[in-house]
Design a protein around this ligand. Structure first.
Ligand SMILES: [Zn+2]
Length: 388
């Protein structure tokens, strides 16, 4: 096994609280040792052990690779016109998803796979080393299973979202669609997925329908996560907490009871500022959640309709500027927070035993991700101990 020393790191974000420098576990003038795919040692440069090889960070900051715990990459087609119309004054509604459903069904496996690979590579260049992605643009047994099979070829974090919207063929029979999603479609999809998700929202699925979807998924061994409280107040967050979902995603419209429920649970509040940016919607109140003691994650929600960004640095900058998060909180939420939302302990931190996922920033500190918005600061990425 070859050991590699990464040294000359001006600021290292470890997310390891044993460093007693706050939640980010910051180390100045730092180094780390990688053995195979794993972090073997972390500390100050002058304390570094001998290694086989060395890699000079040239004074850059290093953070754990971003963990993007919410995206929708298995799609085809284009919604530029819808975005253009919305930016010219039209309101966002869940129904725009149907446009992508039609294009996705019509696409070949190869086209869908190429799309996933392209956006994964785009995200990787911006420092994302773990990325969850979902089905939800097929909405038939065949097309949902196909989407998940293709997703599973590219990532371990695959989510069954047959309950994205009611399939157009079931417009007059939503109960029949829920039966399909919890029955034959679930049977076909479960082998490819780790998670089950539902869009619990007016115009999509109500609380009872969402409960049926998540409960059926759990019975098949899938762990729940929920699209909750994005466009309006609703039962999504309470349902997520009650069913011990790993995360409630969006959390834009929350009552005090919703905030309390999240704060007193293991369910992570995953905020997706790209969606509010791209729909000119009200920002989620990250400050309120953090002050209440909830665990907050940041993700891109990358999808062709409501948030067509794969950039975690962009989401970090929005969270700091518009959601009142400190730069430290935003970086934590985009790394360790995302790992918590995926119930993972091997990623989102740089400590002995963790996977060696590193993003090098062309900057002396992590704060520059918010301080220099829109600038491509991620200059090098390592995933599982190898330079990507
Ligand atoms: Zn989403």
């Amino acid at each position: 096994m070859t050991s590699t020393l990464v040294h000359n790191i001006t600021t290292l974000v470890t997310n390891d609280p044993t460093w007693e420098t706050g939640p980010l576990g910051l180390i100045q003038n730092a180094a780390l040792v990688i053995e195979d795919q794993t972090i073997a040692w972390v500390g100050r440069s002058q304390d570094a052990p001998p290694t086989d090889t060395a890699h000079d960070a040239h004074g850059r900051a290093v953070i754990p690779g971003f963990v993007d715990s919410h995206s929708h990459l298995v799609f085809a087609g284009d919604r530029t016109q819808e975005f253009n119309a919305r930016m010219s004054g039209q309101a966002y509604a869940a129904g725009g998803i149907r446009t992508t459903v039609a294009a996705t069904r019509a696409a070949s496996d190869e086209e869908l796979g190429d799309n996933v690979a392209r956006y994964l590579a785009e995200a990787l260049r911006q420092g994302t080393t773990t990325l969850e992605t979902k089905s939800g643009y097929g909405l038939t047994v065949h097309d949902e299973a196909r989407a998940l099979r293709i997703a599973a070829e590219h990532t371990d974090e695959v989510t069954y979202l047959g309950a994205h919207i009611v399939a157009p063929e079931y417009a007059d029979d939503p109960a029949g669609y829920v039966d399909l999603v919890t029955g034959e479609m679930l049977d076909a999809c479960a082998p490819y997925a780790r998670w089950v998700d539902v869009f619990c929202e007016k115009g999509a699925f109500d609380g009872d329908q969402a409960r049926a979807v998540l409960t059926a998924g759990k019975a098949k061994g899938l762990m729940p996560r929920v699209h909750a409280n994005q466009l309006t107040y609703g039962p999504g967050v309470q349902l997520a907490v009650e069913l011990e979902a790993a995360s409630a995603d969006h959390c834009t419209h929350l009552t005090d009871a919703d905030v309390d429920a999240l704060a007193n649970s293991r369910t992570v509040a995953t905020l997706l500022p790209g969606a509010e940016f791209s729909t000119r919607a009200q920002w989620p109140d990250a400050r309120r959640l953090l002050d209440a003691g909830a665990t907050v994650a940041l993700s891109t929600d990358c999808n062709p309709g409501s948030s067509f960004t794969s950039s975690m640095p962009f989401c970090v900058a929005l969270a700091v500027r518009d959601m009142k998060m400190t730069p430290d909180e935003a970086i934590w939420s985009a790394t360790a927070g995302g790992a918590a939302a995926l119930r993972r302990t091997d990623i989102g931190r740089l400590a002995p035993g963790a996977r060696a996922d590193l993003a090098f920033l062309d900057a002396p500190s992590h704060v520059h991700l918010a301080y220099r918005p829109g600038v491509p600061l991620v200059s090098e990425v390592w995933r599982a101990g190898r330079r990507a």
